[in-house]
Write a protein that binds this ligand. Structure first.
Ligand SMILES: C[S@@+](CC[C@H](N)C(=O)[O-])C[C@H]1O[C@@H](n2cnc3c(N)ncnc32)[C@H](O)[C@@H]1O
Length: 231
């Protein structure tokens, strides 16, 4: 098993991430030309976790996306369903309470988090709408969500170049640096098949989130969507 297909069967997705876990963060940095770090900083700034708050970082993988939320004294709970990613996360960040759980059936009670966030994870979930509803369920009334995901570059000429880069350059570069280059064919395909900014905003609203808005990063390669749970 090397890559998931676009129907995103959970066992295939988990196995694919198990297989890339050890080099996941390195490959991210290389393939994003260092932008991944900038995106993580922006996500942490947007979540703005305060001391004493409880933050869920869903699809946290190796926990790299989680570390920044704890900086201001919040308690962050990273959750993922790939045991390979969690194991690598535990090795790197033994202090984090890494938790095994499926995004569509979260192992948490209602309303226990002040903020919930998911970075580069929602696109991989078999049923993203169910995950958005689960995120809403575990958030307290008045709490907030931040979804960071690949999106659609806003400037048409750049969009063309980007699509060419993605489709043509990603698999050969991945072949040079990744233990599982096929996983990066899936990455390119899954980005192309994912909704644009307005499309994802509509899905957040349908799941029950209010005050939904988004901000583009790197010309719309990535978008951060936010919303709140009605009080
Ligand atoms: C691209 S990684 C992102 C990791 C991390 N958030 C980051 O920003 O580096 C996507 C993660 O989503 C997880 N994932 C996919 N479907 C999931 C599901 N249904 N439940 C929980 N985690 C899931 C995968 O196991 C993988 O670790």
């Amino acid at each position: 098993m090397t890559r998931a297909s676009l129907d995103k069967q959970p066992d295939e997705v988990a196995a694919m991430f198990d297989g890339v876990a050890s080099r996941y963060d390195l490959v991210n940095d290389v393939l994003s030309l260092g932008q991944a770090r900038l995106w993580r900083r922006e996500v942490a700034r947007a979540v703005a976790a305060r001391a004493g708050e409880r933050v869920l970082d869903l699809a946290a993988g190796t926990g790299t996306s989680s570390v920044a939320f704890g900086a201001a004294g919040a308690t962050v709970v990273p959750c993922d369903f790939s045991l390979g990613m969690l194991r690598e996360g535990k090795r790197r960040h033994p202090e984090l309470p890494l938790t095994a759980g499926d995004a569509t059936r979260l192992p948490f009670a209602d309303g226990v988090f002040d903020a919930v966030t998911i970075s580069f994870g929602l696109r991989n979930v078999h049923d993203p709408d169910a995950a958005l509803r689960e995120l809403l369920r575990v958030t307290r009334p008045g709490g907030r969500v931040l979804v960071c995901e690949f999106s659609r570059p806003t400037w048409a000429p750049f969009r063309t170049v980007y699509t060419e880069y993605l489709m043509r350059a990603l698999p050969p570069v991945a072949r040079a640096v990744s233990s599982n280059p096929d996983a990066y064919v899936y990455l390119a395909e899954s980005i192309r098949a994912w909704p644009d900014q307005a499309g994802l905003a509509a899905r957040l609203q349908r799941a029950g989130w209010s005050g939904v808005a988004w901000r583009n990063l790197t010309g719309g390669i990535v978008a951060m969507h936010r919303g709140t749970k009605r009080g």
